[in-house]
Design a protein around this ligand. Sequence first.
Ligand code: TRP
Ligand code: SF4
Length: 328
Amino acid sequence: MTEKKRILSGMRPTGPLHLGNLHGALLNWIQMQEEYECFYFIADWHALTSDYENTSMISEYTREMIIDWLSAGLSPDKSTMFIQSRIKEHAELFLILSMITPVPWLERNPTYKDQIVQLSNKDLSTFGFLGYPVLQAADIIMYKPSGVPVGMDQVPHVEITREIARRFNYLYGNVFPEPEAILTKTPKILGLDRRKMSKSYNNAIFLSDKPDVISSKVSIMITDPQRARKTDPGDPDVCNVFEFHKIYTDKETINDIIPKCRTAKIGCVECKKIMAKSLSKSLEPIREKREYYEAHPDLVDEIIADGILKARKVAETTMKEVRASVKI
Ligand code: TRP
Ligand code: SF4
Protein backbone atom coordinates (compact mmCIF):
# COMPACT_ATOMS: atom_id res chain seq x y z
CA MET A 1 0.00 0.00 0.00
CA THR A 2 1.33 3.41 -0.86
CA GLU A 3 1.54 6.04 1.85
CA LYS A 4 -1.18 8.62 1.73
CA LYS A 5 -0.07 12.16 1.03
CA ARG A 6 -0.34 14.50 3.98
CA ILE A 7 -2.34 17.72 4.08
CA LEU A 8 -2.75 20.30 6.80
CA SER A 9 -5.06 23.21 7.38
CA GLY A 10 -6.23 25.43 10.20
CA MET A 11 -8.97 27.81 11.25
CA ARG A 12 -8.90 30.71 13.65
CA PRO A 13 -11.36 30.30 16.53
CA THR A 14 -13.36 33.45 15.87
CA GLY A 15 -16.83 32.05 16.59
CA PRO A 16 -19.30 29.34 15.70
CA LEU A 17 -19.06 27.94 12.18
CA HIS A 18 -21.64 29.06 9.63
CA LEU A 19 -22.82 27.74 6.29
CA GLY A 20 -20.16 29.76 4.48
CA ASN A 21 -17.46 27.95 6.46
CA LEU A 22 -19.18 24.61 5.91
CA HIS A 23 -19.33 24.91 2.14
CA GLY A 24 -16.17 26.98 1.80
CA ALA A 25 -13.88 24.72 3.79
CA LEU A 26 -15.22 22.08 6.12
CA LEU A 27 -17.02 19.87 3.59
CA ASN A 28 -13.86 19.84 1.58
CA TRP A 29 -11.80 18.88 4.63
CA ILE A 30 -14.23 16.07 5.37
CA GLN A 31 -13.98 14.75 1.85
CA MET A 32 -10.19 14.91 1.87
CA GLN A 33 -10.09 12.54 4.83
CA GLU A 34 -10.67 9.66 2.44
CA GLU A 35 -7.69 10.42 0.28
CA TYR A 36 -5.10 12.08 2.50
CA GLU A 37 -3.52 11.86 5.88
CA CYS A 38 -5.08 14.95 7.43
CA PHE A 39 -3.92 17.36 10.12
CA TYR A 40 -6.46 20.00 11.10
CA PHE A 41 -5.88 22.50 13.85
CA ILE A 42 -7.30 25.50 15.65
CA ALA A 43 -5.04 28.50 15.18
CA ASP A 44 -5.67 30.12 18.56
CA TRP A 45 -2.40 32.07 18.57
CA HIS A 46 -3.44 33.50 15.23
CA ALA A 47 -6.69 34.66 16.83
CA LEU A 48 -4.54 36.75 19.16
CA THR A 49 -3.01 38.70 16.30
CA SER A 50 -6.21 40.68 15.77
CA ASP A 51 -8.09 40.02 19.03
CA TYR A 52 -5.34 40.57 21.58
CA GLU A 53 -7.42 43.21 23.33
CA ASN A 54 -10.24 40.83 24.11
CA THR A 55 -9.18 37.24 24.60
CA SER A 56 -12.10 36.14 26.74
CA MET A 57 -13.78 34.02 24.08
CA ILE A 58 -10.83 32.33 22.40
CA SER A 59 -10.71 29.14 24.46
CA GLU A 60 -14.47 28.68 24.39
CA TYR A 61 -14.57 29.21 20.62
CA THR A 62 -11.70 26.75 20.25
CA ARG A 63 -13.63 23.95 21.89
CA GLU A 64 -16.88 24.86 20.14
CA MET A 65 -15.12 24.79 16.80
CA ILE A 66 -13.79 21.32 17.38
CA ILE A 67 -17.34 20.23 18.27
CA ASP A 68 -18.53 21.83 15.03
CA TRP A 69 -15.87 19.90 13.11
CA LEU A 70 -16.80 16.61 14.72
CA SER A 71 -20.51 17.23 14.24
CA ALA A 72 -20.09 18.01 10.57
CA GLY A 73 -18.12 14.83 9.96
CA LEU A 74 -14.43 15.16 10.70
CA SER A 75 -13.50 11.85 12.21
CA PRO A 76 -10.88 11.38 14.93
CA ASP A 77 -10.08 8.00 13.36
CA LYS A 78 -9.16 9.60 10.08
CA SER A 79 -7.86 13.05 11.01
CA THR A 80 -5.51 14.45 13.59
CA MET A 81 -7.21 17.44 15.21
CA PHE A 82 -5.25 19.67 17.54
CA ILE A 83 -4.82 23.11 19.06
CA GLN A 84 -1.89 25.25 17.93
CA SER A 85 -1.02 26.72 21.33
CA ARG A 86 -0.69 23.27 22.86
CA ILE A 87 2.26 22.44 20.60
CA LYS A 88 4.95 24.84 21.77
CA GLU A 89 7.21 23.75 18.92
CA HIS A 90 5.17 26.05 16.65
CA ALA A 91 6.48 29.01 18.66
CA GLU A 92 10.06 27.82 18.44
CA LEU A 93 9.92 27.27 14.71
CA PHE A 94 8.18 30.63 14.28
CA LEU A 95 11.07 32.29 16.10
CA ILE A 96 13.69 30.63 13.95
CA LEU A 97 11.81 31.38 10.73
CA SER A 98 11.39 35.00 11.80
CA MET A 99 15.20 35.33 11.77
CA ILE A 100 15.39 34.48 8.09
CA THR A 101 12.23 36.16 6.77
CA PRO A 102 12.84 39.53 5.10
CA VAL A 103 10.37 42.16 6.35
CA PRO A 104 9.51 43.35 2.81
CA TRP A 105 8.05 39.90 2.03
CA LEU A 106 5.57 40.52 4.84
CA GLU A 107 4.87 44.16 4.04
CA ARG A 108 3.93 43.43 0.47
CA ASN A 109 1.58 40.57 1.37
CA PRO A 110 -1.83 41.52 -0.14
CA THR A 111 -3.79 39.84 2.65
CA TYR A 112 -1.87 41.92 5.19
CA LYS A 113 -2.56 45.18 3.39
CA ASP A 114 -6.19 44.23 2.93
CA GLN A 115 -6.75 43.35 6.59
CA ILE A 116 -5.16 46.56 7.86
CA VAL A 117 -7.76 48.48 5.83
CA GLN A 118 -10.71 46.20 6.64
CA LEU A 119 -10.04 46.02 10.37
CA SER A 120 -9.30 49.71 10.72
CA ASN A 121 -11.12 49.74 14.07
CA LYS A 122 -8.26 47.73 15.54
CA ASP A 123 -4.66 48.73 16.04
CA LEU A 124 -2.86 46.16 13.94
CA SER A 125 0.46 47.94 13.77
CA THR A 126 1.98 45.16 15.86
CA PHE A 127 4.99 42.97 15.28
CA GLY A 128 2.79 39.90 15.72
CA PHE A 129 0.31 40.92 13.06
CA LEU A 130 3.03 41.65 10.54
CA GLY A 131 4.51 38.27 11.39
CA TYR A 132 1.21 36.42 10.95
CA PRO A 133 2.39 34.59 7.82
CA VAL A 134 5.63 33.54 9.52
CA LEU A 135 3.66 31.80 12.25
CA GLN A 136 1.46 30.29 9.57
CA ALA A 137 4.55 29.08 7.72
CA ALA A 138 5.75 27.42 10.93
CA ASP A 139 2.32 25.78 11.40
CA ILE A 140 2.49 24.38 7.93
CA ILE A 141 6.04 23.22 7.31
CA MET A 142 6.30 21.67 10.80
CA TYR A 143 4.20 18.78 9.43
CA LYS A 144 5.81 18.67 5.97
CA PRO A 145 2.47 18.40 4.17
CA SER A 146 2.31 18.15 0.41
CA GLY A 147 -0.76 20.38 0.29
CA VAL A 148 -2.68 22.99 2.22
CA PRO A 149 -6.42 23.23 1.44
CA VAL A 150 -7.35 26.91 1.70
CA GLY A 151 -9.54 29.59 0.17
CA MET A 152 -8.28 32.25 -2.25
CA ASP A 153 -7.53 34.74 0.53
CA GLN A 154 -4.91 32.40 2.00
CA VAL A 155 -2.96 31.75 -1.19
CA PRO A 156 -0.47 34.59 -0.54
CA HIS A 157 0.27 33.03 2.85
CA VAL A 158 1.01 29.66 1.33
CA GLU A 159 3.20 31.42 -1.23
CA ILE A 160 5.22 33.10 1.56
CA THR A 161 5.41 29.71 3.28
CA ARG A 162 7.02 28.25 0.18
CA GLU A 163 9.49 31.11 0.00
CA ILE A 164 10.41 30.74 3.66
CA ALA A 165 10.83 26.97 3.30
CA ARG A 166 13.07 27.51 0.28
CA ARG A 167 15.17 30.04 2.15
CA PHE A 168 15.53 27.73 5.14
CA ASN A 169 16.62 24.88 2.91
CA TYR A 170 19.11 27.11 1.12
CA LEU A 171 20.65 28.35 4.38
CA TYR A 172 20.64 25.21 6.49
CA GLY A 173 20.11 22.20 4.26
CA ASN A 174 17.15 20.46 2.79
CA VAL A 175 14.62 19.96 5.58
CA PHE A 176 11.29 21.19 4.27
CA PRO A 177 9.29 20.22 1.17
CA GLU A 178 7.44 23.17 -0.39
CA PRO A 179 3.70 22.71 0.13
CA GLU A 180 1.14 23.50 -2.55
CA ALA A 181 -2.03 25.45 -1.93
CA ILE A 182 -5.03 23.27 -2.73
CA LEU A 183 -7.70 25.77 -3.68
CA THR A 184 -11.13 25.26 -2.25
CA LYS A 185 -13.87 26.36 -4.59
CA THR A 186 -15.66 29.29 -3.02
CA PRO A 187 -19.36 28.57 -2.81
CA LYS A 188 -22.14 30.82 -4.01
CA ILE A 189 -23.53 30.93 -0.50
CA LEU A 190 -24.14 34.50 0.56
CA GLY A 191 -25.38 35.90 3.82
CA LEU A 192 -28.99 36.85 4.62
CA ASP A 193 -28.34 40.32 3.18
CA ARG A 194 -26.52 39.01 0.06
CA ARG A 195 -23.15 40.17 1.30
CA LYS A 196 -20.47 37.54 1.97
CA MET A 197 -21.60 35.39 4.88
CA SER A 198 -19.66 36.46 7.93
CA LYS A 199 -20.18 36.45 11.64
CA SER A 200 -19.14 40.08 11.87
CA TYR A 201 -21.78 41.14 9.31
CA ASN A 202 -24.52 39.55 11.40
CA ASN A 203 -25.87 37.77 8.35
CA ALA A 204 -24.87 34.18 9.02
CA ILE A 205 -26.70 30.93 9.59
CA PHE A 206 -24.73 28.78 12.01
CA LEU A 207 -24.40 25.00 11.94
CA SER A 208 -25.68 24.98 15.50
CA ASP A 209 -28.79 27.08 14.76
CA LYS A 210 -32.02 25.35 15.78
CA PRO A 211 -34.94 25.08 13.29
CA ASP A 212 -36.84 28.03 14.79
CA VAL A 213 -33.74 30.23 14.53
CA ILE A 214 -33.22 29.09 10.94
CA SER A 215 -36.87 29.92 10.11
CA SER A 216 -36.66 33.41 11.48
CA LYS A 217 -33.30 34.09 9.81
CA VAL A 218 -34.56 32.82 6.45
CA SER A 219 -37.71 34.93 6.78
CA ILE A 220 -35.64 38.12 6.62
CA MET A 221 -33.49 37.03 3.67
CA ILE A 222 -33.36 39.31 0.67
CA THR A 223 -34.91 37.60 -2.38
CA ASP A 224 -35.11 38.83 -5.97
CA PRO A 225 -34.59 42.57 -5.33
CA GLN A 226 -36.88 43.44 -8.27
CA ARG A 227 -39.78 41.56 -6.77
CA ALA A 228 -41.49 44.11 -4.52
CA ARG A 229 -44.97 42.56 -4.32
CA LYS A 230 -46.28 39.05 -4.32
CA THR A 231 -48.07 39.77 -7.60
CA ASP A 232 -44.78 40.69 -9.34
CA PRO A 233 -43.12 37.81 -11.17
CA GLY A 234 -39.76 36.79 -9.70
CA ASP A 235 -36.49 35.48 -11.09
CA PRO A 236 -34.90 32.56 -9.25
CA ASP A 237 -31.63 33.17 -11.06
CA VAL A 238 -31.00 36.37 -9.14
CA CYS A 239 -32.49 35.19 -5.87
CA ASN A 240 -30.28 34.22 -2.96
CA VAL A 241 -33.01 32.08 -1.42
CA PHE A 242 -33.02 30.06 -4.59
CA GLU A 243 -29.25 29.49 -4.30
CA PHE A 244 -30.00 27.83 -0.98
CA HIS A 245 -32.79 25.78 -2.56
CA LYS A 246 -30.29 24.48 -5.11
CA ILE A 247 -28.17 23.09 -2.30
CA TYR A 248 -30.76 21.90 0.19
CA THR A 249 -34.08 21.25 -1.56
CA ASP A 250 -34.98 18.21 -3.66
CA LYS A 251 -35.10 18.51 -7.45
CA GLU A 252 -38.81 17.93 -7.76
CA THR A 253 -39.72 20.76 -5.42
CA ILE A 254 -37.21 23.05 -7.12
CA ASN A 255 -38.71 22.31 -10.53
CA ASP A 256 -42.09 23.16 -9.12
CA ILE A 257 -40.92 26.47 -7.65
CA ILE A 258 -39.16 27.87 -10.74
CA PRO A 259 -42.22 28.36 -12.98
CA LYS A 260 -44.38 29.38 -10.06
CA CYS A 261 -41.91 32.08 -9.08
CA ARG A 262 -41.66 33.37 -12.65
CA THR A 263 -45.44 33.65 -12.92
CA ALA A 264 -46.02 34.98 -9.40
CA LYS A 265 -47.93 31.87 -8.39
CA ILE A 266 -45.82 31.41 -5.31
CA GLY A 267 -44.92 34.14 -2.86
CA CYS A 268 -41.52 34.56 -1.31
CA VAL A 269 -42.87 33.95 2.18
CA GLU A 270 -44.05 30.49 1.24
CA CYS A 271 -40.96 29.77 -0.82
CA LYS A 272 -38.76 30.69 2.12
CA LYS A 273 -40.72 28.42 4.42
CA ILE A 274 -39.99 25.51 2.10
CA MET A 275 -36.31 26.42 1.99
CA ALA A 276 -36.01 26.83 5.76
CA LYS A 277 -37.52 23.40 6.18
CA SER A 278 -35.13 21.68 3.80
CA LEU A 279 -32.16 23.53 5.28
CA SER A 280 -33.17 22.53 8.80
CA LYS A 281 -33.54 18.96 7.66
CA SER A 282 -30.09 18.93 6.05
CA LEU A 283 -28.52 20.28 9.22
CA GLU A 284 -30.36 17.86 11.45
CA PRO A 285 -27.65 15.15 11.48
CA ILE A 286 -25.06 17.80 12.35
CA ARG A 287 -27.28 19.13 15.13
CA GLU A 288 -27.83 15.64 16.50
CA LYS A 289 -24.14 14.88 16.57
CA ARG A 290 -23.51 18.19 18.31
CA GLU A 291 -25.99 17.22 21.02
CA TYR A 292 -24.19 13.93 21.42
CA TYR A 293 -20.79 15.55 21.87
CA GLU A 294 -22.22 18.18 24.19
CA ALA A 295 -23.57 15.38 26.34
CA HIS A 296 -20.16 13.65 26.29
CA PRO A 297 -17.58 16.32 27.14
CA ASP A 298 -15.04 13.71 28.24
CA LEU A 299 -15.07 12.21 24.80
CA VAL A 300 -14.31 15.62 23.27
CA ASP A 301 -11.44 16.10 25.74
CA GLU A 302 -10.08 12.71 24.80
CA ILE A 303 -10.22 13.42 21.07
CA ILE A 304 -8.39 16.72 21.56
CA ALA A 305 -5.77 15.18 23.86
CA ASP A 306 -5.19 12.37 21.40
CA GLY A 307 -4.78 14.77 18.47
CA ILE A 308 -2.35 16.90 20.42
CA LEU A 309 -0.28 13.85 21.25
CA LYS A 310 -0.05 12.78 17.62
CA ALA A 311 0.73 16.27 16.37
CA ARG A 312 3.35 16.81 19.05
CA LYS A 313 5.17 13.67 18.03
CA VAL A 314 5.57 14.95 14.48
CA ALA A 315 6.51 18.43 15.70
CA GLU A 316 9.18 17.07 18.06
CA THR A 317 10.76 15.08 15.25
CA THR A 318 10.80 18.06 12.93
CA MET A 319 12.29 20.33 15.57
CA LYS A 320 15.13 17.91 16.26
CA GLU A 321 15.96 18.10 12.59
CA VAL A 322 15.65 21.88 12.60
CA ARG A 323 17.91 22.35 15.61
CA ALA A 324 20.51 20.05 14.11
CA SER A 325 20.40 21.90 10.78
CA VAL A 326 20.58 25.36 12.34
CA LYS A 327 23.23 24.02 14.75
CA ILE A 328 21.56 25.45 17.83
N1 TRP B 1 -4.67 32.09 8.34
C1 TRP B 1 -5.67 31.07 8.34
C2 TRP B 1 -7.07 31.74 8.28
O1 TRP B 1 -7.22 32.84 8.72
C3 TRP B 1 -5.60 30.18 9.53
C4 TRP B 1 -4.32 29.42 9.57
C5 TRP B 1 -3.32 29.57 10.48
C6 TRP B 1 -3.91 28.40 8.67
N2 TRP B 1 -2.31 28.71 10.23
C7 TRP B 1 -2.64 27.96 9.12
C8 TRP B 1 -4.49 27.82 7.54
C9 TRP B 1 -1.95 26.95 8.45
C10 TRP B 1 -3.79 26.81 6.87
C11 TRP B 1 -2.53 26.39 7.33
O2 TRP B 1 -7.99 31.12 7.82
FE1 SF4 C 1 -36.78 33.77 -4.64
FE2 SF4 C 1 -38.58 31.94 -4.08
FE3 SF4 C 1 -39.22 34.54 -3.99
FE4 SF4 C 1 -38.79 33.34 -6.31
S1 SF4 C 1 -40.43 32.89 -4.88
S2 SF4 C 1 -37.97 35.34 -5.69
S3 SF4 C 1 -37.16 31.89 -5.77
S4 SF4 C 1 -37.79 33.48 -2.70
